[in-house]
Design a protein around this ligand. Structure first.
Ligand code: ZN
Length: 385
């Protein structure tokens, strides 16, 4: 199933109602948890039923769509299941905790109580029962039926996450390519196309560093510390969003253009890139992004029918893609010069080697499987005779 995340723009009044709904849902969750803790034998039906009693006792709960309140029972048992799963895996776990203000971040509309209406190319209205019609920015129109809407507030912004019954369907392209992952060029391919590493990350990383220093100066428990923490959270969220957008764009384009993509196997590359890391001092960022990028690529490739081939990155930057000669290539050397006459961007040279190695691997693979087939046939013949 496909999920969409859209920005919401509630009015001041709608925002008040949303806050009240969050408060009510959190209250119900905690009340249900208290009931659960008192039960000697877990009885889900009884807990579910107690929502009705709570509504009588606290009439303000009637301001919340009934299924949204009921969802809290589902959430509680879902958390409980998660906890017992951890226990099964041998982890030492405590009890479920009551949710404080900062730990309650979403409310849910499941199956009903919502309606999405497109009013323009990029805008629409999302009606939520008991809250009203909220302005929404929907940059993509969903084809499928919306099954669930989750409302979330993070870093001062409201979002609606919609889960639809659409399936991922994308068709891969016809190209065959090798790509090199790097720090200056995020990717470079064997045809000489390059995507530069985005600069916004460097800017944001500096801001995060400052926000961190700022936070460490604030007194524990003070209001200023709380504010500094919030600010840091906003920055992290922004970097995360920017990075994900970037990785999605690059991976989608690659899959839509190619039927075979050869890429370096990451674990080995990361170990080998210690020199690079010292040089650039941005280790964590690059590691996380490459890993995320390759998993996005694999995920998208699978539904598109594109093949991803991972190759050993050993010597891919040192080898001449024209004659196979090896030479040392310090990172500062951006162009590969070879006695055979080759003069090529170092990343593009690597990408060519990665492609060649990947395609060689495909050939070997088919060769060995046909050899196996032969072996099986000959065994069968010898058994028969
Ligand atoms: Zn050469």
């Amino acid at each position: 199933m496909k999920a969409y995340k859209f920005r919401l723009y509630p009015s001041k009044k709608q925002e008040q109602t949303l806050f009240q709904t969050f408060k009510s849902c959190r209250f119900v969750y905690n009340q249900l948890l208290e009931k659960l803790n008192k039960q000697t034998k877990i009885n889900r039906g009884e807990i579910q039923h107690s929502i009705l009693k709570l509504k009588k006792e606290f009439p303000e709960l009637n301001g919340v769509y009934s299924k949204t309140l009921q969802y809290e029972c589902y959430r509680l048992f879902n958390n409980l299941r998660g906890l017992s799963q951890l226990k099964k895996n041998g982890r030492k776990v405590g009890k479920l905790r009551f949710k404080g203000r900062d730990w309650f971040k979403t409310i849910n509309y499941n199956q009903s109580g919502f309606k999405l209406r497109q009013t323009g190319n990029r805008f629409g209205k999302l009606s939520l029962s008991k809250i009203g019609e909220i302005d929404i920015r929907c940059h993509r129109v969903t084809d499928g039926k919306i099954k669930q809407v989750t409302i979330k507030k993070t870093a001062g912004k409201w979002y609606a996450i919609m889960i639809t019954d659409e399936e991922y369907k994308k068709v891969g392209g016809e190209g065959v390519t090798g790509i090199d992952l790097g720090i200056i060029n995020f990717i470079a391919d064997d045809k000489g196309n390059k995507v530069k590493s985005p600069l916004f990350l460097k800017k944001s990383l500096n801001k995060i560093k400052k926000a961190h220093q700022n936070l460490s100066k604030k007194k524990r428990g003070s209001n200023n510390r709380y504010k500094a923490k919030q600010r840091l959270g906003v920055l992290f969220e922004r970097v995360e969003n920017q990075r994900n957008d970037f990785l999605h764009k690059v991976s989608t384009k690659l899959v839509s253009e190619n039927k075979v993509i050869c890429v370096e196997k990451l674990g080995i590359k990361q170990m080998m890139s210690k020199e690079r890391n010292r040089f650039w001092n941005r280790r964590n960022f690059a590691d996380v992004s490459w890993g995320k990028f390759v998993s996005m690529l694999k995920f998208k490739a699978e539904s598109a029918g594109t093949k991803i081939i991972e190759v050993n990155p050993r010597n891919t930057s040192k080898k001449c893609s024209n004659c196979g000669e090896l030479q040392s290539m310090p990172l500062s050397q951006r162009t590969y010069f070879c006695d055979c006459g080759l003069k090529l961007d170092r990343d593009v040279n690597s990408a060519k080697n990665i492609l060649a190695q990947g395609l060689g691997f495909v050939e070997n693979e088919t060769e060995s499987s046909s050899m196996k087939q032969e072996a099986i046939t000959s065994t069968l013949t010898s058994v028969r005779s």
